[in-house]
Design a protein. Sequence first.
Length: 247
Amino acid sequence: MKYFIIYTLLLLSVAQCSNELVFEDESYQKKTTLPCTENCPSISVKIPVANGVAVVADSINKKVFSVLKEIIYFGEKPYTAKDYNGLLTSFINSYEKLQKDFPNDKFGWEADVKASVIYQSENVLNIEINHYTYTGGAHGYQGLRSLLFNPTTGKSISNNQLFKDREVFKAFAEKKFRAKYKIPSPKSINSTGLMFEKEKFHLPQNIFFTDNGLLLYYNSYEVASYADGTKELLLPYTEVNEFLLIK
């Protein structure tokens, strides 16, 4: 009996040590219940759900869900849904309410969200959210969101926490950005038609860790018109490691 107890404790210890953070994809879909013949309003979501270390996984999953609530909504505020099924239902309900209020107008609403883990190291976990929504108008909106986490704690990492000196890195990135988009250094950053606020270069809202380097990604409207599309700058790690606090 003594040896059996020791053996059991050893098994439990091994199981706890192997309790690593893992991800499993989950998918959700919902369509309107109102009659329609084409372009029937629908919403589709595919997200990686963290499992393993409970506290860490819970922190990551809550952050991903809160960001999707900001992305998928119609109105002035995000929905109050508590889970993904509720979130999809809220989106479809918004469409159906609008359709009942304006029965003569046809709104081909659509939302498509695909999230995935694109980078994972000992110090950083990067989840990319690729999203498209259309709720009327000339065109929908497509964008990318970067969510950075400490894989040990599950806590979010802000862009400000990435660099030893943000201003020094920004100056370096501006030189690379100007070179790529052929913007003469003596002239304004907006001299070729870009729309940086106050005509000063700034880092994007979304920074991605990739296998090939650090990606600075500006979504549509962030620094350029919808017609001009997104702007991006990929910087090899050999060039940026000296600026990074987190690698």
